[in-house]
Design a protein around this ligand. Sequence first.
Ligand SMILES: C[S@@+](CC[C@H](N)C(=O)[O-])C[C@H]1O[C@@H](n2cnc3c(N)ncnc32)[C@H](O)[C@@H]1O
Length: 320
Amino acid sequence: MSMNERDGVEEDSSWADASLLVGLPAAVRAALVLNVPKIIDSVFPILALSAEEICKHVTETQGRPASPQNLEKIMDYLCCNGIFSMTIEEEEKNVGFFRVKKYSHSKFFYKYLVEEAPELQQIYVRQLKGSSTQGLKLLTEKYDDEFNTLKGRVVDVGGQEGAICTGLAAKYPHLSFINFDLPEVIRGAPRISRVEHVGGSFFEEVPSGNLLIIKFCLLNWNDESCLRILKNCRKALAQERSGKLLIIDRMDRSADTVTRDEDVKARTASAFANFFGSLVLNGARTRTLEEFRGLALAAGFSALEFVHNYPGFDLMEARV
Ligand SMILES: C[S@@+](CC[C@H](N)C(=O)[O-])C[C@H]1O[C@@H](n2cnc3c(N)ncnc32)[C@H](O)[C@@H]1O
């Protein structure tokens, strides 16, 4: 119970607790069981469907009936909690116009963070900076010789505010760096010596370099989008005869045998990325080594090999 300031009346907040503790997990579960995020992705580029349309896909793909009336209630509730968005469209049917609720994924996650949730963005940046320390350790342990003998420019693709470039620039003063991310993210990035911040989209073009790094970006996208990103990375290495793209990502570890604590951590990190990604990031998922290799080869790389891993951090290299 808490005090309602305006009326001085004791307010019962138990319904809100029940909503968060019971209602939200149940609604999220129902949406996942019915495969709603993937169904919405599958109608790209429309990306907004009514409950009735979603249920039609459920019947076609899963062979079981789903009730549009019930799904609408679930989707409305998930929209209230920011998991999906809803718009109302007018649709013509044989007896006139009807107002129909259409559901889509909520605002693109990274724009939402920067534009609407700066406090959450700060937590997110802090968390990723922590993960960059691990990423840096992995890169400098495995590629120290390569960085020492490399000449030219390293590009961190989707590097956020430049944590990886900062660490590498301090350790390898003979190299120059580009930290590449969305313009709205780059706007808030701090100045870093020998690091140029470049704003743009990896779906359009990636700045050229002698070595490219991409950390925790591919897991945010479906296969089609990953292929576009990888093709642009391959183009950015066009001048290099032995160029490499170093990929740090989370592999799909759902089928791994779990014996050590480290394995449990790795599998949990991977499962979290898979679950969270599919809800807020339009078709995101973790991938097996074979799936990464298939995408890299399709993008024009000649090979992709697994290099090393820490729990939750898988390092691979794609070769030109
Ligand atoms: C999970 S974060 C990883 C950030 C950083 N690489 C790290 O591991 O700390 C994904 C990054 O991709 C960036 N991103 C999303 N869409 C992008 C686009 N179209 N072009 C370039 N960067 C993008 C985001 O702004 C975000 O910084």
